[in-house]
Design a protein around this ligand. Sequence first.
Ligand SMILES: [Zn+2]
Length: 433
Amino acid sequence: MRCILLLLDGLGDRSHSLLNGRTPLQAAHTPNLDKIASLGMNGLFHAHLQGTALPSELAHFLMFGYRLEEFPGRGVVEALGEELDIREGDVALLARIFSVTQERERLILTHENPELDRESCRMLHGAIQNFSSHGIEAEFLPTKGIGGILRLRGDVSKYLTDSNPIIEGRPLMEVLPLNAVQDDLRARSTARFLNDYLRWSYLTLSAHPLNRERMNKGLPPINAVGTQRAGMLGSLPTFTDQWGLKGLLIASGAVYHGLGRIVGMETRKVRDSADPGGDLRERLKMAYQAREFDFIHVHTKATDEAGHTRDPLVKKRVIEELDRALDYALTEIIPDEEILFIVTADHSTASSGAMIHTGESVPLVMTGKYIRRDAVAKFDEVSCAAGGLSLVRGKELMYLILNFLDRGKLWGLMDSPDDQPFTPGISTALRVD
Ligand SMILES: [Zn+2]
């Protein structure tokens, strides 16, 4: 048997008065998702602990059965997804250029996400690309728009606070070593270096002719760099080593491609069109045809992006568009007895409130020949709570997948030197002469 997991990114939401006290998923007309719920075993899922708001890459990492402490950081994941030069021992930070105004000695963030054409981005990124001091080298590696990865190379530490306050009106923050490693000289020197880079970038960008031109036109200058989420590339066991499953990831975003590289899953890079339903149907077909894989992760970002519009009606409409693509799952995938088909999400992205993502659990349904069918007939955050899976957290999802693929090991048996959770393990035959 093989597993196809459909991930509707950021699907979970909150109740909205605009939707008569329902979530966008509850309010949406989703005959296909509801049919899948009625055929399956339902529950709720949280990749970590209920109430914790997770970014996508971390939620995916935990969902694939890895531990929080093993996570290499968003900067590293994105850099690998963009195929940038990141090596073991490098620190990678998410970075962007944006607008600040100086008030006394502080730099107040005024525009976190300014609009800037490609050529101007290239020129400003070029001005702050390389900086070195005390044996540490910084390089700003542009990715999309104003964004990029700041790579630090040398005797560097990842245990650093962020400089980007994200919220406009707040001051750019001094980079500090984390309390947990306060006495670590490397963390202290990396923090000092990064603060020097941020000050130098501010002076360099402020004096840039392009910013003078912008100010003459009455536009705010794009004059500072902000960094966040420092991380470092280390070595990890592959998904196949951990779970005995050959994995494939089908997604459009670079961060998911990077994640695939980190956990050793093969990746199909697909593109998003203006038709998320059509895109999803194509991805499901691709997944169904990929018979050489045991675990196929099919991803769509459309639901998360709809949540970020903060308009629950937009999210409801996107959910309905995606639901239409699921007739393919109902006619082709689910009737196939050799497939465990799962629909869930990585986290909630509420269409209300101030948080970027939110900490509520998300609905989960599993269909396949070995599941225990329950009485749930509607796929949403409330109905699924009454299902047979109850609340599934973190690594439990992968254990359940092995179980419903009929490949879980009886705990305590040791058929390989690693205490792997799948059967059969990678055993060695006894030889006789
Ligand atoms: Zn997400």
